[in-house]
Design a protein around this ligand. Structure first.
Ligand code: CO8
Length: 256
């Protein structure tokens, strides 16, 4: 049984809730291991089509656990390899929605940036305060924020350690949707349900192809897109989707 997260399932949506209320869901190593293991389990489960990560209490997550981190040395981290679990997050094939209220700082913001869609309450605050602790982001913040908002704006936020409001994050395209806090859960589930109705194989291959677009040159990216496009013509859902169009009815996708 996981100690620092809660797990629930509703209508093909797997939900991971960060749950260390006394430290604003600060992420210790075990918690990241628990998150990675649960997302992998959802990824393998054919009944789950979309995942959500949210936070219990008054924050999403106020960063990595500073108490746990403060006695680390380069060698202790090299041996324990705390980022191996973060690498597992990047290999999840189904879409993940971050549903954020309150603080999403440091490692908490990095967890958000590992997700595919970001839904934010108006109260959400994002930032990388690591510079104020004499360190810097370490779980992908420099790379992922730069890809999300561009080099200059990302650099200013990370150098100064300033907090970004939900409104600013929405304006810069870092979050996809902003809603009133009292509507956050409902709107997140509504978005997740919308995704569960899409053909699952298309959804997985779209995620793979779009994520690779950031790393591949155009020729290789187009080649990957074409191969994945071809592959879908071997699926039930392609036949069903196109047949339903001709018969003027709603398709019933099976993920096959
Ligand atoms: N780690 C440990 N404890 C924390 C953390 C944290 N990141 N954030 C908050 N807490 C604890 C506080 O110490 C406090 O505990 P206590 O009640 O025992 O004093 C409790 O949570 C509540 O916090 P506050 O009383 O401070 O609440 P406020 O509303 O006054 O302030 C803030 C909220 C502004 C979020 C404030 O708590 C804060 O500044 N927190 C630290 C934020 C921060 O610096 N985050 C970055 C951490 S470094 C990081 O994330 C590096 C990631 C690299 C990847 C690592 C992978 C291994």
């Amino acid at each position: 049984m996981p100690e620092f997260i809660q797990v629930s399932v509703t209508d093909h949506v797997g939900i991971v809730t960060l749950n260390r209320l006394e430290v604003l869901n600060a992420l210790n190593r075990q918690m990241i291991t628990e998150i990675a293991a649960q997302l992998e389990a959802f990824d393998k489960d054919p009944a789950i089509r979309v995942m959500v990560i949210n936070g219990a209490g008054r924050a999403f997550a106020a960063g990595a656990d500073i108490d746990e981190m403060m006695t680390e040395t380069p060698l202790s981290m090299e041996r324990a390899d705390p980022f191996a679990d973060w690498d597992r997050l990047r290999r999840i094939k189904k879409p993940i929605i971050a549903s954020v209220h309150g603080f999403a700082l440091g490692g908490g913001f990095e967890l958000v940036l590992h997700c595919d869609l970001i839904m934010a309450a108006e109260t959400a605050e994002f930032g990388f305060p690591e510079v104020k602790l004499g360190v810097m982001p370490g779980a992908g913040g420099t790379q992922l924020l730069t890809r999300a908002m561009g080099r200059r704006k990302a650099l200013a936020y990370i150098l100064l350690g300033d907090t970004m409001t939900a409104q600013e994050a929405a304006h810069f395209g870092v979050v996809d949707r902003m809603v009133a806090e009292e509507m956050l859960h409902e709107e997140t589930i509504r978005l997740a349900r919308q995704l569960t109705k899409q053909p699952p194989l298309s959804v997985r291959l779209i995620k793979e192809t779009v994520l690779r677009a950031e790393d591949l040159n155009l020729d290789d990216g187009l080649l990957l897109e074409r191969k994945n496009f071809y592959m879908l013509f071997d699926s039930h859902d392609q036949k069903e989707g196109m047949q339903a169009f001709q018969e003027k009815r709603k398709p019933e996708f099976k993920g096959e």
